[in-house]
Each structure stands twice: as structure tokens, then as C-alpha cells.
Design a protein around this ligand. Sequence first.
Ligand code: ADP
Ligand code: MG
Length: 736
Amino acid sequence: MSEAAPRRLRQLGEVSVSQLRHVGEKRVAALASLEIENVFDLLTIYPRRYIDRTKRVDLSDLSVGDEAAVFAQVQKVSSRRTRQGKVMVEVTVSDDGEAFKVVFFNQAWRERQLTVGVQALFFGKVTDYRAQRQMTNPVVDVIVGASGEERDASRVGRVVAIYPASGKAGLTSWEMGGFVEEALRRAGPLLDPVPASVLADLDLVERTTSFWGIHLPEEMSDVAPARRRLVFDEFLRLQLLLALRRRRLEESASGVRHPMNSDDLDVAPGALATPTSSLVRRFLAGHRFTLTRAQRRVLGEIAADMSSPLPMHRLLQGDVGSGKTVVALTALLASIDGGRQGALMAPTEVLAEQHLVSIRRDLESLSIHDAAVLGGERPLSIQLLTGRLRAKERQSVLDGLANGSVDIVVGTHALLTGDVKFKSLGAVVIDEQHRFGVEQRAALREAGRVRSAEEIDPDLLVMTATPIPRTAAMVVFGDLDRSVLDELPGGRVPIVTTWARSEDEVAQCWQRVRDEVAARRRAYVICPLIEGSERVEATSAVEERDRLVEHELKGLRVGLLHGQMKGPDKEEVMARFRIGSLDVLVATVVIEVGVDVPEASVIVIEDAWRFGLAQLHQLRGRVGRDRTQSYCYLLGDAPSEDGVRRLEALVSSNDGFVLAEIDLDLRGEGTLLGARQRGRSDLRLASLRDDEDLLVAAQAVATSMVSDETLHLEAEMVDELRLFVDDHEADYLFKS
Ligand code: ADP
Ligand code: MG
């Protein structure tokens, strides 16, 4: 592989690692276990860190608990048997001053490997044994043999890259480095698919330089620019794929121009609306409150989408309580104004049922023209479709959807599976769905189209209350337009959050519950999260309710809600809590999202550390929904440092976006981006926290390339993108 023309990454992807020198069957297998099959894979396994052999690593800088890579010389070796009969090899190593102990169990051969005078890299965790620092069973790379011979002369006095997970596969970092170096040398110059003008504008190094700089830096200062360029490429590929996906959708779309007039959005309650006004106008003119500025702005964005011939694909982000529901209803009404139907999907049946109640309350006074009924007018028809409807009810809703006599259907995601057919589905709103991936959204759109007798792509609005940092949203929701409700309806009082740790504080917490109930308000108690077992969780919720009724909450009317209850039972409990015939609701996390009972003013979260930060914020958002002071109590100690930070963050901030940034910091982007799979897994070096500028730049370049404005999507770039999508998707995305 050494002809003259610069190589493309995809060509590297076609060269098996077995073609490298020293890579035989065993090493092919070892590399395969690290998911390295070809030279491209190899070159995109990036060093975890570097050891600057131009400078010595100082042993005295190490502290207990550090993961360290120490370069040192063997001073003394001995071996003995422990009382348990294990062979223990004890090696004393030192750099120029400090001595350090390295211990191996059941690796008798180390005594022969690490003879006095050998210089090696030791990777491992620094532990404390009898007040002395040591490493146990570290990974070892011998660098200079006992007689002083360099194992690889090219690395003397150089920066040495340390590769990840090499110990596990039985490959030393040293060997990995050797393969990478050989691959780079034999690959020769690499083709750069990014135009030189873009590189110059963004001050990015050339591709070949970037691969050498990250793997074989001459100096530590080569690494940062190399990394910047590689990160940019990762973001660029991802953004290109998202932009292409979007463009294909737009090309194949048969969207609807919904009649949506922005004048109708500017009406305040009490404004003039006649029976011939649009539903949107009549709804807003007859509503309980004036829209916040943020709601009005977002509705303007939605109106622009809905009245355009392209189907809307919009994400609406708004913190809990920011008033997403009224926005959703307005969008659904715009679809009905155009003679079509709307669907609202909630993540759970409980929420779907609750939505139904509040939507009926808000919309039941509206009537619409229908030539098929006597008098030509009928009330808006809003129906529930969930798995637990009786056959007859279900059939009647299905008939209504098929013949158009049902205007709005509320349900779970099951709405767009199975036998549901619409006369003409114009708009779909998905509530509280940040866990939905790109593929699932695409499937939903597809389903929306094929389920409608009129073959159209419904406008889609995805709503989430889980604030996602901007960078993460650009990656996860890069195929959607974004609107943000960044303002809470006026008059809200910030929730007071307390982490109750002492006995006194806990007693105060329960007293608060009793006081609030005495003042005719209501309380939630959230039971501990028990991973993986809804049944055990339910049992513990039952026990907790029984205990509370006997002790802290004696005399109060306490209801129970958990995931193992039947639908009608859940609904009944919720209804009783809503109207106030229950004072306290002891619940598992089933109430996490969307439950709206404005009179609830206290929430107690037991074993709070078990919940994620976003989830805690969601739970807390169940209170503070009107103008009275609300309280959130977090119970339980946090056994982990992360747990402590989560709870402290929650106490210190009510702002979902601030918490989202902290969450990203705590969890890292991996969890946020969800399962890593090829295609989306291209982000190996990029950090959503540190590389925001590059992400923004890459998005701009991608947009320009795909829209063919100042930049063009050249064949070389398309060729590279093929590495990250399967053939089926490539056919779809890259057809000219
Ligand atoms: P979200 O779904 O975004 O968490 P909701 O739509 O449930 O929020 O709204 C939260 C509460 O705020 C509801 O009780 C709702 O009636 C009320 N609300 C929404 N918009 C306004 C507004 N503009 N003025 C006053 N109250 C509002
Ligand atoms: Mg909501």
C-alpha cells in the first residue's frame, strides 16, 4: 500500500491489519477483540495519554489512587510464595531519585522479564501498602533491556503515545504504537477532503499532519493542533450525515401547508373571536392566560413551519412548567383548522390519560364545522387510544379516526403501530421524548404517512423538558429544528430545595408535609428507585406507604401509585389526588414526567442519590406549578461523590439548563449520546464540553456543503462518509 496518490480513509478501511508486519493470526484476533480490523480502525484508536521521554515522570508526584504510567528502572527483583500459595514477584524500581514497589501475583515469569537494569513503562493504579506506594499487577512495556539496548531506537528521547485497553487484549501499548507507526508510514500521504480555504479559516492542520501529530508527535505541542483537526473531522462527518438525512427527507416529503395566521397568535384572552374565526384564534382568545413571550415566539416559529409546504421537524425544549402544553394544543388546532387531524403521544398511559383530561377541559368548548352532522356544527372530538380500552370503545375510536369524526387522538407511541388508520393526519406531537433517536423519529414520520388515507407527511413536534446542553442537542437532535421556551409563566415562586440529612431535618420535612396538607395543599413522596425490578420497587412502595400511614403521616389520606398497578387503578388514584380526596401520593418514579396537579406543593424524594440529575429535576418539577411557595426534600445520604454533587447541584439551582451542563460534566457525553453504534460512534476524540467551537464550525461547513452554497460536497468527502453508514443508508443518502 504505498503507491503515490494520496490515500482516502475508506481505502485504509479496506486494508486488513493482517497485512501489517508482525501481525499474525494471534494478533489479528487480539486486535479484533478491540474492534480493530482494518488500518482505518487502527489509526482511529487514539492514544489515551503520552509519556514525554524528553522529560522524566517524577515518581514523587504520584499519589495513591492515581492511574499512572511510570517510566522507571528495575533496581531489585525477588520472588516468594504467599501464605495462600501464590507466587509473588516483588520489583523495586526507581527513576532518578524515588523508589517504588511493583508487585505481581501469579506471574512468576516477571522475575525473568524484569531483571535489574531493565527500563520499562508500568501502567497501573497507585495503591498504598503499609504506608508505601506500590502498583499491583500493572501492565508493563519493556523499553530498554538489561544490557542497555533500546527495544526500538526510534523512540529514544521521544514522546511516547500510550494506547488504551491494550492490556486486556494481551497487546502492549508498545506493540500498538508499533502497528500504528507502520500503518502510518506505509499509508503515506492522506487525501484531505476538507477544502484548504476551510482549513485556513479555522486554523486547522492538514490531515496527514493530524494523524502523525496525534500518534507520533515529535513534541507534546504537536498533539493539540492534531487533535483539533481530528475532532473537527468527526463533527463534520456527523453534521454532514445529519444534514444529508434532512435534505433527503425534505426532497421526498409531501408536506401540508396548514393555514396558520400569525395574527391569530397575537390575541389575548378576551380578544374578539367569532364562530368563523380559526380554532387557533378561538382557543387563545378564550384561554385562561396570556401567552408568555417565549410561548408566543415559539408559536411563531411553529407557524412558519406549519404554513410552509415542507413538513415540520421541530424540537421544543422547555423546562418543566414552562407551558409546553398550550403550544402543543395550538399546533394540533392548526392542523384541524386545515380540515385534518392531530395526534398527541405521551410516554406512558398515565400521562396520556392525564393529557386527555386537561385537553378536554381546555378545548371542549370549541366547535367545528362538519357538514356530516345536523346543523353543520359539532364539538371538537378528543379521544384516548391506549392498550387498555375495551374492544368496543377501541373500535369506535378507530372508526372515528378513519372517517375523520375524531379530531385529536391522545395515546402512547403505540398509536402509530398496529391497526390505527387516520383519514388525514396533519400534525403529531410527541411529549417528553428525549430518549428517541434519529431512527425512531424517522420511523414515526414514515408511520404517520402510511397510516393516513391522504398520503401526507404530518408536521412533527417533539417536546422535551429535559434540558440538553446546546452542543449535545446539535449532535443528538441535529436533524431537527429547535425552539426553546426559556421563560416560566409569571408569578412562579422558586421551589425551596433541602437535602435533609440529620434526624431533625428529616422530621422537619415530614412536618412540612403535614403543614401543607393542613393548608389544603398536597404532597408527593417518591420511593427509592430499584434498578431492574419494577416488582420489588412496587413492593417497597407498598411497604413505605403502610409505614408512613402508621407513623410520619398518620391521619392523612395517603394514596399509592406504582408501575405494577392496572391502568384503571392508576387512573383512579390520580383522579382522587387531582381533586383532593387524597392528600399525599406515595409513588414510584412513574410520575416522573408531565403530571400536573397545581395544588401539589411538597415533594419528598427518598434515597434521592439513586436518581439521575435530570430525573430529579423532573421530579421536583411536579411542584411549584402555581403561585404558592413549594418545597422539595431530598432524603438519604449519598454514598458516592457523584451522588453528593448531584444533590448539591439540585439544592443550588432551579435552572434546568444549568443542571444539564452539570449533568454533562458528571456523566460525560457517552451516556448522553446513548448506545454507541457505528455511524454515530464516530465521536472518539470530540468532547461536547470542550469542543463546542469546533462543533459550531463543523455544522456551518456541513450546512454550506449540503446546500451547495459556497462549498460543495465533493466525491472525496462522500467516499469518506461511506465508512460510517451501511450500504442501504448510503444508497439513500448519496443518490445524486
Ligand atoms: P410543561 O408541560 O412545559 O411542563 P405545562 O404546559 O404543564 O408545562 O404548564 C405548566 C403550568 O403552567 C400549567 O398549570 C399551565 O396551565 C400553566 N401555564 C402555562 N402557560 C401559562 C401562561 N402563559 N401563563 C400562566 N400559566 C401558564
Ligand atoms: Mg408537559
